[in-house]
Each structure stands twice: as C-alpha cells, then as structure tokens.
Design a protein around this ligand. Structure first.
Ligand code: FAD
Ligand code: EPU
Length: 339
C-alpha cells in the first residue's frame, strides 16, 4: 500500500478547495482496500472513501486516511435478445462508462451523460438527470460490508432508492463500500426518455423526430454544457441543494403570495425547484468574497476565483438557506456531502 502523508486534496475535489488528509492512499483491488481499512483500524484512524470528489465539500483538514477507490474494469452478461447486464467496477469514471454503453448501443443510461464522478458512487444518491435516475436501470451492486468484512450483493429492493437518496446515504450510511455496480440495459428495443422540456427543444432544433440513444446523449451533453460550469475550470459540486418537496397544503398557501411559483407533482407532494427560490431571493450571479452563485444556474455554488475555502462556501450556503427560509418558509437541504 502506497501511503502519502499530509496530502493536499485540492486536485481530488471538484470544488477545488484546499484541505489536507493526514494520510492518502489509492486502492486498485479489494485486497488493497482491505489493507487500507486494516491500517485505519490498527492506528485508530477514521477513514473516508473517495470517488471522483464531485459531491463533497471539505471544510477542514481530514485527520484520518482518505482511501481513493481506483478499482477498474467493465464486463457484460447477455440476458436475452433485448437485454444485457453491464457491470463496472467502482473506480470507473461515470461518463466514460455511459459513453461505453451508448457507443455499444446499450440503452438506459444515456440521459445521465456527463455527470461527473465514479460508477461506484452512482447509487449513493441515486444520481439523476433529465427524467431518469440510476434506479431505473440498476440491477445490483457488490459491496464490502464493513460490519463483518463480508462481500454482499444488494439488489434494487435492498437499496431503497429515492430522490437523491438511498440506504447508502441514509439508514446504512458508512456501512457499505460499493465495489461494483451492474445495470440492466436494452440492446435493441430502447425505451427512449425524451419528455424533459429541454431535451425536446434540443431535438426540435436539430429536427430529430425519432431520437436514438446517441441523439439523447448528445442533447443532454449540449444542455448541460450550456448551463452548468465545467468543474475543471470553475470549482463546484453541481446542485448544492436538493429541490425541496413540500405538502400540498403548504404549496397552496405559497401560491397565494407567489402566483408563478414553478412546481412538479412528486408522489402525494409538490417539488419546487430550489434554483427558482434562490433566484427569487436575489442570489443568482451574486459573488461574496471568493464564493458565488452561478449566473446561469442558481442551484450551483461556485469557487469563483479558485481561492475559496470550504468554510467560506459553507457559510455562503448557510446564508442562502436563511434567506430562502425567511422569504418562503422552506428549509433547503444540502445535497453535497460536507466534511
Ligand atoms: P465523491 O464526491 O467522491 O463521494 C461522494 C460521497 O460518496 C462521499 O460521502 C463518499 O465517501 C461516498 N462514496 C464515494 N464512493 C463510494 C463507494 N464506492 N462506496 C461507498 N461510498 C462512496 N448528481 C446528480 O445526481 N445529477 C446531476 O445531474 C449531477 N450533476 C453534476 C454536475 C456537476 C458539474 C458536478 C460537479 C456534480 C454533479 N452531480 C450530479 C453530483 C455528483 O456528480 C454525483 O453525486 C456523483 O455521483 C458523485 O460521484 P463522486 O465519485 O465524485 O463522489
Ligand atoms: N430555475 C430557476 N432559476 C435557476 C435555475 C432553475 O428559476 O437559476 C428553475 C426553472 O423553473 C427551471 C427549473 O428550476 O425550469 C428546473 O431547472 P433545471 O432543469 O436546471 O433543473 P434543477 O431542478 O435546477 C435538477 C437536478 C440536477 C439535474 C437537473 C436536470 C437536483 C437538486 N438537481 O436541477 O442535478 O442535472 O435537474 O435533470 O435535483 C445535481 O444533482 O448536482 C444536479 C446538477
């Protein structure tokens, strides 16, 4: 095991904030992962599992060992004429994996193109975009159960996927380390999901009537590039908050004061776009010190000049939470994992 001490994590989080880990190691196999966990146990250190670092905010140095998962490899198992199970190890880059699937004409993940991060992290918050969540194509995942060191297979019903939620983020937080994820994909008769307004607009612009999975992937990439900052250039972690889901009664009261409030039904409740709430509070495009609210997507907080600390970003997010609470009586919840 290659151990690095007092290691800067700046290049390992898409917010590009500087924080140090007492120890840092990259693991390429299950054996190396076990070795790193044993090291943490022996030294009585806490550990942190790192994927692509695109959904974390480091507000302080990490006094323990950061274990970066680099397990790689993709395999396939044909199920029937129209289905295949494709399995990727946790350290595979998500977008490269989606590309692998779309190039081979395997359908199911194309709406999730260009989401940063690794395959192993995708079940944690049930990543979603443009009308699809991974739960829709999820088959199973192999995990290391840190309670007893066993390797288990979890199926969709075990994971309790919800909107940006699963057992991995909630009831069993920290228990399982995801080693690989399998998806059930179509090889011929694809279920094209093109109902999201922005996708329809893209397809209309290109005069595409019967989109292929590649067309959907390209449309999604174009939409994302038009409004989300590239984390290689501007530090950010995508949506900083979840879109709040509120009871219908609360929504009806709000609608009396805010006639044009956008809203979407979500089971028996109403989902309100947090980007709209934040924009209404005057934050969109605003910069305070080194931190800003993105001018094209108010839900994204940015490290404006690359000099922000995690604590500054956190304070900025607290100010947003306070003003949305004051104006709309809605409590925003952070989507990003704060350390
Ligand atoms: P990390 O940030 O490395 O880790 C996140 C959390 O998961 C940490 O708590 C970590 O300990 C834990 N973890 C990581 N890997 C494992 C593992 N193998 N086993 C157990 N725990 C693990 N998300 C969406 O859902 N939809 C979007 O459209 C979207 N767009 C984004 C756009 C941008 C520009 C950015 C920067 C982010 C976006 N995100 C989006 C958020 C992010 O891409 C996802 O949450 C992604 O799944 C995070 O993956 P990661 O490997 O970078 O996770
Ligand atoms: N809106 C505004 N102002 C803004 C931004 C959004 O008013 O500055 C309103 C508009 O009414 C717009 C609506 O919000 O129609 C929805 O905006 P958008 O389609 O950009 O989606 P979002 O709700 O802001 C969610 C996800 C994204 C995902 C997109 C596309 C969450 C927290 N965010 O954003 O996921 O890519 O939908 O499906 O659910 C992420 O999780 O990191 C992420 C980027």
């Amino acid at each position: 095991m290659q151990l690095q001490k007092n290691f800067s994590l700046r290049k390992h989080n898409t917010f590009q904030v500087d924080a140090k880990a007492s120890f840092f190691t990259e693991v390429y196999t299950l054996e190396e992962l076990t070795e790193a966990l044993d090291f943490a146990k022996d030294k009585n250190l806490s550990y942190f599992i790192l994927g692509g670092g695109s959904n974390i905010l480091l507000t302080q140095d990490f006094k323990g060992i950061v274990i970066a998962l680099r397990l790689s490899g993709i395999s396939e198992q044909r199920i029937d004429e129209n289905h295949i199970v494709v399995t990727a190890k946790a350290g595979e880059n998500w977008h490269q994996f989606v590309r692998y699937c779309t190039t081979k004409n395997y359908g199911g993940l194309e709406n999730l193109s260009l989401i940063p991060g690794n395959v192993g992290t995708s079940p944690i918050q049930n990543i979603g975009a443009y009308g699809v969540e991974i739960k829709d194509a999820f088959h199973s995942c192999k995990v290391l159960d840190t309670l007893d060191g066993s390797v288990k297979t979890l199926h969709v019903e075990d994971c309790h996927f919800g909107y940006r939620d699963s057992i991995f983020k909630n009831s069993e937080k920290g228990r399982y380390i995801i080693l690989e994820v399998s998806f059930l994909l179509t090889t011929d008769h694809h279920q094209i999901s093109a109902s999201y307004g922005a996708i329809q607009q893209q397809l209309e612009q290109k005069n595409i009537k019967n989109p292929s999975i590649k067309d959907i992937s390209e449309a999604v990439i174009a939409i994302r590039q038009s409004k989300l900052p590239d984390p290689q250039i501007t530090g950010n972690a995508g949506s900083f908050f979840k879109n709040p889901v509120i009871p219908i009664e609360q929504f009806n009261i709000l609608k009396r004061n805010f006639e044009n409030i956008p809203n979407y039904p979500s089971h028996q409740e109403i989902k309100i776009p947090a980007g709209w709430l934040i924009e209404q509070c005057g934050w969109k495009g605003k910069t305070l010190g080194n931190v800003g609210c993105h001018p094209l997507q108010a839900l994204v907080i940015i490290n404006s000049n690359g000099k922000a600390t995690g604590q500054e970003v956190y304070n900025f997010s607290s100010d947003i939470i306070d003003s949305v609470k004051e104006k709309f009586n809605i409590q925003l919840e952070r989507e990003v994992n704060v350390l």
